[in-house]
Design a protein around this ligand. Structure first.
Ligand code: NAP
Ligand code: HSE
Length: 445
């Protein structure tokens, strides 16, 4: 007997998935057992790129998730509340779920995985992060024998495309964004992408898998790329860096060691991992493996023991890429359905019970890049150095290379510092009469 799919959504991802599943020529033989049984859409009148019998297409998505014949619900409709409630109903009705919806998982993952574990079903999400890049299952399985230190990703293609063009063409953010929208690389409402929210959803998911605890999305610091200027990109270039929107999840053990702290300041239970999770534009040394990831591509660098560094690279979006990821989840579920249903396979299910503890940004240890506009007078660099020294901030480089009108432009790169100390130094610097403004402040890996 075949495995019946109820697919919610027939847009970019849904259409790609149906196309892949309909082409039986060169896939894994288990996919032959899959039947596209129902596909839920908003409009039956819309022209479709795939041909499906009339009996398959429906606008009644509730009926799909409660149909006893459906084995696997594939949620590729997007959105929040409706998708959440349909996923939960599918789970309550004993169906396994595949979803590409990082926004739902990062917000409601706790509720969804708890319900799935209680119902004895799987929720699979390979397409939710990195599009076609296999990174969820590797983190759950092949890499789970390692102690992961850091996950660093370029996991938003839109912002990587914009920053790459600003880098290569010297353009302004707003001009490049407008062109990216015209060419279809950026959405009409680019907020989720350019403000770092999409990347925050995705790093919350990766962090949870890498560090073995659930993550509250509100604890993920996120800063987008709107304020990245062509001036900073040019300075970064001169200093040997490129600017990328990085999503970083990092074990706090090395951070605490650098900061000479042995215990976290927030209360902890011994079993909860202490990590930092953040998204922000970052100066990346040109020799760093992520520096050369350009355009809409995504890449995720995972560092751990004993494996060292592993990097996953590929298309982070698009019909074919996401269809590959969604179908790989379907394949895993078809295999699982063939086995006895006595217990969930812990390598496919979510096994996390506790939340990770998130290090406050003030305690983060990182390098900084800052650009100052100051009066062009003797002693200014010395005064800046004194303020930094007062707060234990050690400078790697300080250069004055340009002017903006009457004002001198001074660029500073620090050694590793605690963010709170660095910000205190900046507060003191802002009181100096010679300092006009601090137009840019970026972190450095
Ligand atoms: P999309 O092109 O906008 O397609 C959404 C589909 O869902 C459409 O077929 C739409 O029906 C249907 N739909 C939406 N709301 C509905 C509702 N309330 N009732 C019935 N049908 C509804 O979206 P997409 O780009 O495929 O993305 C789907 C999901 O995959 C999202 O969670 C997204 O974040 C994720 N994802 C997308 C990509 C990508 O490359 N696009 C990559 C990774 C992850 P109609 O066709 O009738 O309008
Ligand atoms: N909007 C996302 C990006 C693709 O620009 O990477 C879907 O995850």
């Amino acid at each position: 007997m075949g495995v019946k799919l109820g697919i919610l959504g027939l847009g970019t991802v849904g259409t790609g998935t149906v196309q892949l599943l309909q082409d039986k020529s060169f896939r894994h033989p288990l996919l032959q057992e899959v039947e596209i049984y129902r596909v839920g859409v908003r409009s039956l009148d819309k022209p479709r790129a795939v041909t499906l019998p009339d009996s398959v297409l429906t606008t009644d998505l509730e009926a799909i998730v409660s149909d006893p014949a459906v084995d696997i619900v594939v949620e590729v409709m997007g959105g929040l509340e409706k998708a959440r409630s349909l996923i939960l109903k599918a789970i309550q009705n004993g169906k396994h779920v595949v979803t590409a919806n990082k926004a739902v998982i990062s917000r409601f993952g706790d509720e969804i995985f708890t319900a799935a574990n209680q119902a004895g079903v799987y929720v699979m999400l390979e397409a939710a992060v990195g599009g076609g890049i296999p990174v969820i299952q590797p983190l759950k399985q092949s890499l789970s024998v390692n102690r992961i230190h850091t996950v660093t990703g370029i996991i938003n293609g839109t912002t990587n495309y914009i920053l790459t063009r600003m880098q290569t063409e010297g353009g302004n953010f707003s001009d490049v964004l407008a062109d990216a929208q015209r060419l279809g690389y950026a959405e009409a409402d680019p907020t989720a992408d350019v403000d770092g929210l999409d990347a925050a959803d995705k790093i919350a998911i990766l962090a949870s898998l890498a560090f073995g605890g659930r993550i509250k999305l509100k604890d993920v610091y996120s800063e987008g790329i709107r304020q990245v200027s062509k001036t900073d990109i040019a300075y970064a270039e001169k200093l040997g860096f490129v600017i990328k929107l990085l999503a970083i999840a990092q074990s706090a053990a090395p951070l605490a060691a650098i900061a000479n702290r042995t215990t976290p300041s927030s209360p902890s239970s011994p079993s909860s991992p202490l990590i930092s999770v953040r998204v922000h534009p970052t100066l990346v040394p040109k020799a760093h493996p992520l520096a050369s990831i350009n355009g809409v591509n995504n890449a995720i660098l995972i560092e751990g023991e004993p494996i060292g560094q592993v990097m996953f690279f590929g298309p982070g979006a698009g019909a074919g890429a996401t269809a590959s990821a969604v179908s790989s989840d379907i394949l895993n579920l078809v295999a699982a359905l063939k086995k006895s249903k006595t217990a969930l396979n812990p390598l496919l299910a979510c096994a996390h019970q506790d939340y990770c503890q998130i290090v406050p940004m003030a305690e983060l240890v990182t390098r900084f890049y800052a650009r100052f506009l100051t009066k062009d007078q003797p002693g200014v660099i010395g005064k800046l150095g004194t303020c930094f020294g007062n707060h234990g901030v050690s400078l790697e480089s300080i250069v004055q290379t340009g002017f903006q009108g009457e004002l001198a432009e001074i660029v500073v790169v620090t050694h590793d510092v605690q963010e709170g100390d660095f910000r205190q130094a900046l507060t003191e610097i802002q009181t100096l009469t010679a300092v006009d403004s601090i137009p840019s402040l970026l972190r450095v890996v």
